[in-house]
Design a protein around this ligand. Sequence first.
Ligand code: NAD
Length: 436
Amino acid sequence: MKIAVVGTGYVGLVTGTCLAETGNDVICVDVNASKVEKMQNGEVPIYEPGLDLLFHRNIEQGRLHFTTDLASAIKEAQIIFMALPTPPGGDGAADLSYILGAAGDISKIITDYKVIVNKSTVPVGTADKVSAVFAQNTNVQVDVVSNPEFLREGVAVDDFMKPDRVVIGTKSERAKKLMSELYGPYVRQGNPILFMDERSSELTKYAANSFLATKITFMNEVANLCELVGADVDAVRRGIGSDERIGKRFLFPGIGYGGSCFPKDVQALVMAANETAYDFQILKSVMEVNERQKTIIVDKMLKYYKNDLQGKHFALWGLAFKPETDDIREAPALYIIKSLVAHGATVTVFDPEAVENVRNVIGDQVTYAENMYDALENADALLIATEWSVFRNPDFDKIDNLLKSKVIFDGRNLYDLQKMIDLGYYYNSVGRKKIT
Ligand code: NAD
């Protein structure tokens, strides 16, 4: 099939590349000319494991192209995907200007039937709004389909190639047939393509992300309570996770959820509910608790250093909002840095992939280490904000030699408590006994 993907970010690039992988002819469009130039020169603009292999293979085999020219990209396409940003607007509700703007541009160019697929996360009713834009600008028939994306950054290629499910919201039989054909190769193991109406499909995405954010937040609260009552969150986690109704996944406590999706999607669902005068109370609490959790590590440090961080120097491992990505949008590490700097401390940071993105956002507010050990030199303590695998089994002798004192604040529970006792650390993690 001939496919156009409008918007070549984390979702668009993975979608375009993975659709090319099953033999489709894909052209990706983006307004960011320097990004497009990079991709035309064979450079993957984001870090996503496994993506470069597929990216290069499909470019070499002539199935994956990049352009800034929307008109030429969509001319031949049977299906046009929109994978555009839907950031929070001023009031926290999703800003649909990218989607409606692109729909307007596309509607003025097309001359024959197209399926317009919205992959962005959008509020209920967006498919109707997009359809209205087309109806206003053209007599050409289109079907506007909601097809939310559930991929997780860090394992996005696997998630796209073998999705747990594909959700497709449309009432059109013609669009259904094309979408089934397109997604058939990805669900050969038997996972479902779930057809539903557009509104249910749009809400499915927000409900999924909000549920997951709630699950993490619930566990963060359990962890906070564990610290106060002398329980161990790892034991509690195993104890509840063995119940199949609860499940083992997504129960690891930490320093709050971040990323480009959960914070904005939870907020957008609260706002969408507000518009119907429905008070989505649980999600309001989730947002509030998550705000508090993001700086919990700094509160612990303030306690340890008797409210005086002035002149202290810290090493911070992990900047990305989660491992295996360079994405730093709403990353807890950034909140920690901001708070430490405001308290008069200095910070040297290290991340395997996200340093350049952080440098672009906060510049010289921190210093950047070339490797994880360099970051430790003369630091009063080590803080851990992202659970990259490379941090899991470090050389503690090296750490001892470089840190000024054997103090670790771990927001991701990477180390065994007994080991930290044996090594003689002050070790403060989340929901577990403090080792002093
Ligand atoms: P992103 O910011 O990484 O990418 C968006 C891209 O769109 C950018 O490259 C930007 O230059 C481009 N763009 C903006 N306006 C354009 C236009 N008019 N024409 C062409 N290109 C344009 O965003 P993302 O993370 O890929 O997210 C896209 C959507 O998918 C959002 O709604 C997001 O909520 C949703 N989503 C994201 C993820 C994720 O993990 N990142 C997962 C599922 C769903």
